[in-house]
Design a protein around this ligand. Structure first.
Ligand code: FES
Length: 388
């Protein structure tokens, strides 16, 4: 309705008086079709970000003596969301009285996700991974988070030429990145150095060779530290070895492997004085601290309208203590980076694992913590959201 400025102000009041009948008249003329229940934008957002998903283990096979491949399908929908090759998904399960979860890099490609197939590879190391590696069987159901993480190629940030270095089971995100490149979903040129002790410990060699065969922008170099094998380099992934295959100027490095590999590569790359953004490391979970006789404190947890009091060891994260007690606390990366476990600190001193404080300044200021990287130093009280 257009309002014109009236010469006499009281005329506006007359218009105001007519407003209710006019509105009634317009309502009477209106369409009585119900409003849509769903909007296209919301449907797309829900597909891309389903949050937690119900999944079923549909196939399992050993890759090496220590690594087992697990293939999942989604049971609450007919497809996984499209993701960025290199990301991880976190699997949650109940083992005994504990509700536990762990993040694993996705092996399969984003295109396979749309065919309702998502593959993880799990090394036999640690409580949860050992369960998945040895005990989980086809038909078992789990809760899985949507794919997440920053370990993926970013056109605006990264060089078109990427050098990837994998150690042991750290090959997993690179399988997805190589597959995605071969599928035409990525545009980088990828040189992958894959290190292991022996050829028998190389997982996915046949798959990588097949991908390199069909994709001219992918080259894989196998590096064995403990034996000579035809077609493989002998030794470690040093800068000297990299230079044998490529010029190292204007390259972005992606690293994924055990801590010893990171320590070695960091030393090797140091003389190159690379900018921070040129080297990406896949984040590893925060584990128990190596303390001889860890003290045991009381951890009071507020969750919705419930209050739980549980034991928390000095050398374990608050998240691990809550999981051991069977509490369903939210988490994804378990490395301090995603903020998904973000909880309110109420009392008690604590320490944060070195280099893992990924909180925003406002979170620090207003007393929020990430329980996945926080260790208690005395009795503590926290307020935690429920996962789902
Ligand atoms: S689970 Fe990602 S920050 Fe805690």
């Amino acid at each position: 309705m257009n309002f014109k400025k009236q010469i006499f102000g009281f005329m506006d009041m007359l218009r105001f008086k007519k407003m209710v009948p006019t509105r009634r008249q317009m309502l009477a003329q209106g369409d009585n079709k119900p409003l849509p229940q769903e909007y296209r934008t919301n449907t797309l957002a829900q597909k891309l970000h389903p949050g937690y998903m119900q999944v079923e283990l549909v196939a399992a096979r050993p890759l090496t003596a220590a690594i087992r491949e697990l293939t999942f399908k989604r049971v609450d929908s007919d497809a996984f969301p499209f993701f960025r090759a290199g990301q991880y998904a976190s699997l949650q399960m109940k083992i005994g009285d504990s509700v536990v979860s762990r993040p694993y890099s996705i092996v399969s490609t984003p295109q396979q996700a749309l065919e309702n197939k998502l593959v993880l590879a799990v090394e036999n190391a640690g409580f949860v991974s050992e369960y998945l590696n040895k005990t989980a069987k086809v038909g078992d159901r789990f809760v899985m988070t949507e794919p997440s993480g920053e370990f993926h190629y970013e056109t605006l940030r990264d060089s078109k030429n990427i050098i990837c270095v994998a150690g042991g089971s750290g090959i997993t995100p690179f399988l997805s990145m190589a597959g995605s490149l071969a599928d035409g979903d990525e545009s980088y040129s990828m040189l992958l150095f894959y290190g292991a002790r022996t050829a028998a410990q190389l997982a996915y060699k046949a798959e990588l060779d097949a991908l390199a065969e069909r994709c001219k922008d992918l080259k894989v170099v196998y590096v064995l530290s403990d034996e000579e094998q035809p077609g493989c380099e002998k030794g470690f992934v040093s800068v000297e070895l990299m230079k044998k295959y490529t010029d190292l100027t204007d390259r972005t490095f992606f690293l994924c492997g055990p801590p010893a590999m990171y320590a070695f590569i960091d030393k090797e790359l140091a003389p190159l004085n690379l900018p921070k953004k040129a080297v990406h490391r896949d984040a590893a979970c925060c584990h128990d601290l190596p303390l001889d006789k860890p003290a045991v404190f009381k951890l009071t947890v507020h969750m919705r309208d419930q209050v739980y009091v549980l034991d928390a060891k000095e050398n374990e994260t608050l998240l691990a203590a809550m999981e051991r007690a069977g509490l369903n606390a939210p988490n994804k990366c378990r490395a301090g980076g995603c903020g998904f476990c973000h909880s309110k600190w109420l009392s008690g001193r604590y320490r944060i694992a070195d280099g893992r404080d990924g909180r925003r300044e406002a979170d620090r200021k207003f007393g929020f913590i990430h329980p996945c990287v926080t260790y208690p130093l005395e009795d503590m009280e926290i307020d935690v959201p429920v996962a789902y």
